[in-house]
Write a protein of this length. Sequence first.
Length: 440
Amino acid sequence: GLKKRYVVRLLRTRLEQRIQDILDRLGQVAQDLGLDVFAVGGFVRDLLLNKQNLDVDIVVEGDGIAFAAEFARRFDCRIRTHRKFGTAVLIFPDQFKVDVASARTEYYLEPGALPTVEHAPIKLDLYRRDFTINTLAIALNGSHFGELYDFFGAQRDLQEKAIRVLHNLSFVEDPTRVFRAIRFEQRLGFRIGVHTEQLLRSAMRMGFLDKIGGHRVWNELVLIFKEANPLPAVLRMADLDLLEYLHPDLLLEKRAKKLFANARQAIDWYRLLFTGEPCRHWLVYFLCLLTDLDDQAVASLCQRLVVAPRLQQIFTVEREAAHRATNLIFWRRMHTAPPRPSEIYDWFQPLATEVLLYAMARSNNEQVQRCLSSYFTHLRSVQCELVGSDIKQLGIAPGPIYKEIFQRLLAARLDGELVTRQDELDFVSQHYLPNKHTNE
Ligand code: CTP
């Protein structure tokens, strides 16, 4: 096992100072209340793997809520409690959060059945978890600060780079772990253990995923697609028949790899150019996954997974519109004149950024790509100079006609027909003032 001295050094050298301070204070309060308090789970896993993890999870052997309340009383932070679960969240002034849970002791605290094993509560709490690598705990209180508890072979599995469940019913108890196993495996570059993979496959075969709500499956999928590069996890899902489970037609062909790679390029391009503008990369990738499904299949998948209406709209209506627009650009280029900028604007403006990036990834036509990139870099930010009061001053009474005027002004500007403010004024006079028809 790891020497306490070594763990203390990790805590002292690899964590930001403010997190170190918080751990010290948690330990102080624990010591004063005579409670054993541990940092657990992903935080400890990532500490040993030397990966940054800002989700600090604390487990208290005893009343976690009382512990958190005392901490909040002493130090400058707010507390939010969930009595039903015996959990609390400490919220620091900079919005940094620490989750505090009570070690679940309900299993053995029957009258007369006092624990004989040392630290039975934390051990039982950790036993409920998904994979061995998530079962490490580090003691925080006083003289115990830095003691590492490894009840289930976590250090071995970290060394062997293995994702392993703690017991045979793990996937049956919580089928979302099927997705979590894949997510951790790909993120950490680990491998699901042989026995664990058998358990996973048999849980799949026996249909346990059907027992959890579609929205929970969806949440797990989103988490996978939110990883920096989801393609390996998607390929692994295919390998484990999870794509087929989602939809029978969702078979990844070879070109999926190419598509995901293109998507990544499009996303990187967008982020570099428009730093800070929102771009949900997971949506772009998800659209890539769906690329070979027809509209009806997508709609039924969305329904099964209880996807929010706005996203459903993106996956069906907006996706279709993007396909239509890019086909049109391609066709127009071949047979007639290329589309005018105002047309491109009209096609793309109603669509989510992510749908357009997906279209960019999907298209292998230079003209289509050029249209998309000119929309992003130029067209979408074009505005006309006149405002409502300018139109009013020209003597046009406010009404629905204004909307039409602004649309035409914008279109003419996009197409380069109007350049200055005076051009716009002339345009409006010419088309909307009956007494100035001289030029026509
Ligand atoms: N957990 C579990 N079963 C689940 C979800 C979570 O056993 N279905 C446990 C895991 O052991 C995990 C802990 O609850 O360590 C916290 O969950 P989460 O925050 O999702 O896990 P992290 O390991 O922190 O993962 P991430 O790095 O993605 O946040």
